[in-house]
Design a protein around this ligand. Structure first.
Ligand code: SF4
Length: 463
């Protein structure tokens, strides 16, 4: 199979019949414009994104050309950097978000909440014309800067170096101290002592640990944190975000979360995988309305994805290049992914992940105090719970996705995930009988050959 992805002309006519894409700034992008971008402009801007390889910051394109939602998601990923530059030039505001939360409060306050991977995509996307090797080297250089700016002990996924050195116009560093991540404390401390502390505001959502959603005081305490968060964004932007704004935003996000859950249900129960693993992941987490810095566009694509996936499921259409009876893999762990293309070449497919799915698959109560409701939901996210509770939810997801085996991947420097990986795998194995494997990963760059070999051996074994 060709390693370079090009879009065959025979798919164009059908794609042009698909819907326009609406952006938050009011712009409407036609399918013609998207096709033109993906076939002419993007391959020159981002040559590395058109190789069949592990997704660099979600920028690797799909080779499932008959799935319009996937092509549109790729369009948004490959325009993210330019769109964010335009947004800040026009007075828009960006918050740096980390810690597994839904972005409802950021959206309600008129901010774009970007996670570490998206901060990285924005920064890396500013440099055009790179090959895979150049992109790989650029990432290594970024990480070296990160080691100097933050700490050599941290995983360096966060992209704080871009904020510290002023590469990007981020207004606000505003993570939550959730259980999942050991990087946040390094980043916050580095920022507190960093050279841009007077230019970029800092906020920490103080997240009470361990089953706190059952305690009223803890929910009240975290709700007060969320009020402070929104107040600080209002101070920066000069807006006045009301409870009604937040309530309406929660309703919009809930709508997306419901569609995502329906999409997942159809996908998981389809007789054949209706998309490849990379698109599955992209489309499922669209329900968070946060992956492209544009909730309106994400909602558009999500709606279209639901229709396409339902059609394929009803008509037993398997995504191209997926093996017959492909081994279904569930992948746990933060800020990490397998190389989907190589996994599929070896006869596997990733059918589920836990990380961003945790908050996409939990609704927020819509009536009453929106801060209290959001706090309660946030303290209930399964990924942020202790090992037993997180494992119980993982087992449920593994069963729903009809997985044949589970891989737990963690990045070097990811202290929490590395500590819980084996325990969660053991729980899953004990309760389901499925094989599990734990693999450490080096965050920087492409997946090493040794990891591919282990994944390939695991795929053979689960058969
Ligand atoms: S890899 Fe782990 S420590 Fe690093 S940002 Fe992700 S969750 Fe945090």
């Amino acid at each position: 199979m060709e390693s370079r992805i090009t879009y065959p002309e025979e798919y164009k006519a059908e794609f042009l019949k698909s819907r326009d894409l609406h952006l938050s700034n009011g712009r409407v992008v036609s399918p013609e414009e998207i096709w033109d971008f993906l076939t002419r402009e993007a391959p020159e801007k981002y040559p590395f994104a058109f190789e069949r390889q592990k997704a660099f910051f979600g920028m690797t394109v799909s080779d499932d050309f008959g799935l319009p939602a996937a092509l549109k998601s790729n369009y948004l990923a490959l325009t993210l950097s330019d769109r964010m530059e335009e947004l800040v030039k026009n007075g828009g505001h960006v918050a740096y978000v980390q810690g597994g939360q839904a972005v409802d409060p950021y959206t309600a306050a008129g901010f774009v909440g970007l996670r570490p991977a998206l901060i990285g995509a924005w920064a890396r996307g500013k440099i055009k014309g790179k090959t895979t090797t150049q992109e790989e080297l650029g990432r290594k250089e970024d990480k070296e800067r990160g080691y100097k700016n933050i700490s050599f002990e941290a995983c360096q996924t966060a992209g704080y170096e871009h904020i510290q050195e002023g590469d990007l116009q981020v207004d606000f560093v505003a993570p939550y101290s959730a259980l999942r991540c050991s990087d946040i404390s390094y980043g916050l401390e580095a920022h507190r002592h960093g050279r841009r502390v007077n230019e970029v505001s800092l906020f920490l959502g103080d997240y009470p640990m361990r089953r706190q959603a059952e305690k009223t005081w803890a929910v009240d305490y975290f709700a007060a944190n969320l009020r402070k968060l929104v107040k600080e964004m209002d101070r920066i932007s000069g807006r006045n975000t009301t409870e009604e704004d937040l309530r309406n935003t929660i309703k919009m996000h809930n709508k997306a979360r419901r569609i995502s859950m329906e999409l997942a249900d159809i996908w998981w129960n389809a007789p054949e995988p209706p998309s490849n693993g990379m698109d599955r992941s992209d489309l499922f987490i669209l329900g968070n309305l946060e992956v492209h810095g544009d909730p309106v566009a994400d909602m558009d694509i999500l709606t279209e994805a639901l229709e396409s996936v339902r059609y394929r499921a009803q008509n037993h259409i398997r995504s191209p290049y997926i093996a017959e009876n492909a081994k279904r893999l569930f992948v746990c762990g933060s800020c990490i992914t397998l190389d989907n293309y190589r996994t599929e070449d070896r006869g596997g497919i990733v059918v589920g992940t836990d990380n961003a799915w945790s908050h996409a698959s939990l609704l927020v109560e819509e009536e009453g105090d929106p801060y209290y409701n959001l706090a309660k939901a946030t303290l209930s996210y399964p990924y942020e719970q202790g090992i037993k509770e997180r494992a119980a939810w993982t087992i449920d997801q593994v069963k729903k996705s009809r997985a044949d085996g589970l891989l737990f991947l963690y990045n070097w420097g990811c202290n929490t995930q590395s500590a819980v990986a084996r325990a969660i795998c053991d729980e899953v194995k004990a309760k389901t009988g499925l094989p599990t494997i734990v693999l450490e990963n080096e965050l920087i760059g492409l997946t090493p050959e040794q990891q591919h070999n282990r994944v390939a051996a695991f795929i053979e074994m689960v058969g």
